[in-house]
Structures are given as C-alpha cells and as structure tokens.
Design a protein around this ligand. Sequence first.
Ligand code: FRU
Length: 487
Amino acid sequence: MEWTKEMRYRRLEDVSKDMLEAIKSNVNSCQWRQSYHIQPPTGLLNDPNGFSYFNGEYHLFYQWFPLGPVHGLKYWYHTKSKDLVHWENVGVAIKPDHDYDSHGAYSGSAIVHQDQLYLMYTGNTRNEQWERHSYQVIAKMNKHGEIIKPNDPVIADIPNGYTDHFRDPKLWKSGDVFYAVIGAQRENKTGCAVLYKSLNLIDWTFLGEMKTDLPQFGYMWECPDYFELNGHGVFVFSPQGLEPEGDHYQNIYQSGYLIGQKLDLKTLSFTHGRFNELDRGFDFYAPQTTLAKDGRRLLVGWMGLPELEYPTDQHDWAHCLTLPRELKIENGKLIQQPVQELTKLRKNKSIWKGTISNDTLHLFNGVSYELICEFTENDSDEIGIEFRAKGDEKTIVKYDKRQQKVVLDRSMSGQPVGEIYGSKRQCSVKDGNIKFHLFVDTSSVEIFINDGEEVFTSRIFPKQASDEIRFFANGGSVSLMAEKWEI
Ligand code: FRU
C-alpha cells in the first residue's frame, strides 16, 4: 500500500470506528504478536519516551503512529507498571493538537517536580513548503494521570548555528538546577548535543554545545541521554550517518555511549573514552534511561529501526520495546542485565546438564521463554544454540572459538528483514566460559552474553511451529548447563 502524506498525517480522532476496528482485527490476526513485550495496540511504535517512576508506578510512554506501520503523525502512548514486568496500556498521553506540535509530538523525557510528572518533548511542525521547525514543550501529568499541555512551547527558537533537526530533550536535575540535553545538527551537517538549564522547568537558558571529542561523528545525534553512574558521567545517544567499520555500525543507524568524567556544567566539557555500541543485534535504537525507585539505572530501547520494512507491516503494526535492563559500569564498559524483576515471569522450569561432543541435541521446545546456558570446558571450534527451529528454519547464536566471536545468524530465521544490511551480526568476546542468557518472545530475541558484557537484540519472524531449542558443539566437546523457563 502506498502511504500518501494525507494518510500519514491523518488524525486518530478523525478516523471512523469501523476503520479502527478493521485495523485492530488485522493486528490481532497477526501470528507475530508478542506475549510479554510492550507493543502498540495498532500502528507503529518507535522510541521509548518519558521513562520515569512517579506516584508509586513506572511510566513508560512511546512514540506512536496509530493508523499503520509507517512514521506518520506521532502521538505519545502511555503504559505503566508497578513492577517493570506487567505493563498496563493507559492510552494516548499526548496528542499532537497544537500549532507547536502540528506534525508530531516527538520524543522526550520526564522528571518529577512538585508532585507532578513534567513531560518535555519536541513539537514537530512543517510549513506549507514542508520545512521543519521544532519546538520544545512541557506538558504536566498529575497524580490522577491527567495531562495538561501548555499554550506555548518553553523553547521556541533554534540557537544560531544549528538546523531544525533539533529534538528529543532529556531532563535531569543536579542540585537545584534542571538540565536538558537536546540532539542537534550543526549548520555544517554534523551531529552534536546542546545543553539548557532551568530552575523551574519553564524558563530555559541556552548554555551551549556539549564539548566532546567527536566533532565529526555522523550528521545528526538523536535521543541524547546524560546520567551519572558510579562517579562517572555517561552519555548515551543515537548518531545517524556512521559508516560500517569491521563488526561495528552494521545497522542503518547506531546507538551507543561514552563513559567519562562527570560533565562539567560550567565549561560544558565532557572528557570521555571511546564510543561503544550498546547492542550488537539487528534491531535496537533510541534507548532511554531512568532511575528505578531503588536507585538502579534502567534502560529501555526501541526494538526496531527507522526506514526498514518488517513482516508485521501487512498486519498494520510494527515494532516493540526491549525489556528493561539494569546498567552498571565494569572495566570502562556499560554492562546490561535484564532487570531482576523479570524472574516473576518464570513458569515451568526445565534443566539439562551434560556434555555435547560433535553433535546437535534437541533438548527443549518453546516460543516464549527465558533460557540460561553456561558453556564450560569448551574445546570445540563452535558451540551454540539453534532456537525457534524446525527443519531448516532456525536462528543461531554461537561462539566461534577460532575467531573469538559471538555470532548471531538470522539468515534462516523465517521471514527476512532488512537483508540489505546483512543477516549476521558478531562481536569479539574473550575465550573462556561462555554464558548466553536469552529472552525469546513470539517475534524477538534478546541475548545477554556473559552477564551483560554484550547484548544482541533482534526481531525474528519464524513460523509458529518452529519451537525446537537445540544445542551444538562442532569440532570438539563442551559441558553445558541449561535452564529454561516458559514465559
Ligand atoms: C528517533 C526519532 C527521534 C524523533 C522521533 C520521531 O527514532 O527520529 O529523533 O523525536 O524518532 O518519532
């Protein structure tokens, strides 16, 4: 179907009940609806927004185009949870219904202030010539979940030197001062982030550009996020326009982080180490973090990427969010672990312990499960798992000892996605004991390697019947301890 501009900018409120019902029933007949991930009721989900803990609950909003699997007029959709595991769909939170957000309530973040949740987001607008202008807006949500939008944006102008690619404010507080970091593009078409400060979240002062060692690193930085962890400053962002480099930057766009000293809020300098990708899989972008009620730093990402077609498109929906991950810093790297609360989902445990020698063993079955595998005493060339498998259909994650790499192969996973960007992803992991921790859902997998040293997040679109879980060792033997829980 050809999505014209009129169709992309059609308002949810202007669509007949019958049309919405037809979309819903097409969505509900899709074999790839997830069982425990946040997914849109209809239409397209992209970035997580406004991730926060407020009034005894976690709030997680996302970018939403309700009417189909394309990037059109964006709303904020609201979900909430008491435990980071079971999420309730609340409904539309922010409608793009003002002049300052006429072409989309774009991404942003949330912070609690004076008993209200302040939601700062980018109002995207287009004029008759289809030129973009963006505004930064503060909406407020009270304890009853009522959201009030303001008459005017809080930041109406783009500072000199930057284009209208200026969006995605992320808020934090240091002492009594609120800060916002905003993703931007310089007039010379390079990406960067700029900083603002405020004492009341309403009156904002432009501070200037965040000074990093990456003056030429892609053409736009989307979804910036700054936080402090274990005495370090951490800057997460999604740069667009990086060229592939070895195993790096294989997806259309990247998300990664810099770890450094705490951002100097006077000079705006950020002294940091190298850029690391957050995720090594096929489908991960635009993550956002928040603080848990107990002080853990949590991250959720969009399990998808812009500008790609997905097999669910024909069912009028696309994408989901990742599971929440806890972040830690170890040896200068971010370590990501699924939040501990997810163990609540575990049902019906199976265990297998033994040795595999030059063989493939079909040990378990499942389409929605958690699996922890510890491989020890490995003298094989390759060890790994084939999952969502039947016959030749399978998704493979393996450790290649000769190359010292973990490889995720989705070339035989079922319906293809984004094949022009390749169907294997890999990264170096030191030899030794290898642990794979998988969360498999109807159409996705998140694989935590060695307790979160690396993560591979991907959508997969196998047949429902492909439920075998097989373990293999080629060119030698390996000891395996595998535990699986249904979800
Ligand atoms: C990232 C992004 C953001 C923007 C939003 C629009 O995926 O392009 O920069 O605010 O999506 O939906």
